[in-house]
Design a protein around this ligand. Structure first.
Ligand code: GDP
Ligand code: MG
Length: 299
């Protein structure tokens, strides 16, 4: 697809905000139709700003997936995360504020309080597939509508891809006239290395579930690419040595499963054979260690 560089082309940044678990990553994945932002039933799996890019003949949409606004934790990691949220809200042309239908909580209000009136905000009411009596939606929408001067309100099911393309059409007129901001073939401006780490982290959260804390992280130590093969050495950083056995599993079975599922996703995404080697290291107290945070790109 070759987007026209002609007059009338629109391009801009769209932030996706909302409390954890409302479906921001799921929405982003379907908006850009590529799996680049990880999703999980656990909250807080997205720690970075990720750009997902959708380009069509008339516009380029650059999406920013932000971590959920966090109130309950106060260590540096989460302070850094909240900073990311506020920053991303000042730099964008449009904000998609995502909530879950019929569940407007205090946490949603806290996110709403972060939004600037200077930037158009589109309210995306997600997970409408979760209840059958649709008449319950109207009074809910009425109530939320009173809380902010929204540019538009749209009910969707990100999971079932209901009304996702309508979201794109609501965003389009809000973008400024600009030539494309990124290479039109770009899916993401993040490096393959970063995506590899995200895919591995997603498998970790999916396969270990509640036994592993959010502070667990993944670092890609080496990423080398030849014509035929990508070789990746990665380390899973855990808080306490007690978690090591959980991550590695009996006879290393858990870690093997995590690595092999991550490798399959990497091969699909990179369209190349991947050799993946994963280590597990204990880094106690690292969530409060500024040096490590910098290394991971938070500050
Ligand atoms: P985030 O924390 O806001 O990024 O949320 P995720 O995209 O990771 O989604 C959190 C959970 O909600 C996952 O289990 C998703 O599968 C689920 N989810 C997302 N969108 C929908 C939806 O439209 N309907 C339903 N039923 N579940 C959804
Ligand atoms: Mg997410």
């Amino acid at each position: 697809m070759t987007p026209m560089q002609s007059e009338g082309f629109r391009a801009g940044y769209i932030a996706i905000v909302g409390r954890p678990n409302v479906g921001k990553s799921t929405l982003l994945n379907h908006l850009v139709q590529q799996k680049i932002s990880i999703t999980s039933r656990k909250a807080q799996t997205t720690r970075y700003r990720i750009h997902g890019i959708l380009t069509d003949s008339r516009s380029q949409f650059v999406f920013v997936d932000t971590p959920g606004f966090q109130k309950q934790y106060t260590n540096r990691m989460n302070t850094a995360m909240n900073k990311v949220v506020s920053q991303s809200l000042q730099e964008v042309d449009v904000v998609l504020f995502v909530i879950e239908a019929l569940h407007f909580s205090e946490q949603d209000q806290l996110v709403l309080n972060l939004l600037s009136k200077a930037v158009p905000v589109i309210l995306v009411v997600n997970k409408i597939d979760k209840f059958s009596d649709k008449s319950r939606l109207l009074p809910f929408l009425d109530d939320v509508d009173k809380r902010f001067d929204f540019e538009a309100i749209i009910p969707v099911s990100a999971l079932n891809q209901v009304q996702v393309s309508e979201v794109v059409e609501l965003i389009r007129p809000c973008l400024p006239e600009n030539p494309p901001l990124f290479d039109v073939d770009a899916i993401t401006d993040r490096s393959s290395r970063f995506i590899a780490a995200e895919l591995l982290r997603e498998k970790l959260f999916r396969l270990i579930g509640d036994e592993i804390p959010y502070s667990t992280s993944v670092v890609v130590d080496q990423f080398t690419e030849t014509d035929k093969l990508i070789t990746i050495y990665a380390t899973i950083l855990i808080d306490k040595s007690g978690q090591k056995a959980i991550v590695i599993g009996k006879n290393g079975g858990k870690l093997k499963l995590i690595a092999s599922q991550a490798r399959k996703d990497m091969e699909t995404l990179f369209d190349k054979k991947v050799f993946l080697q994963v280590w597990v290291k204990v880094r106690s107290g690292w969530a409060d260690d500024i040096a490590v945070l910098r290394q991971l790109g938070h500050e």
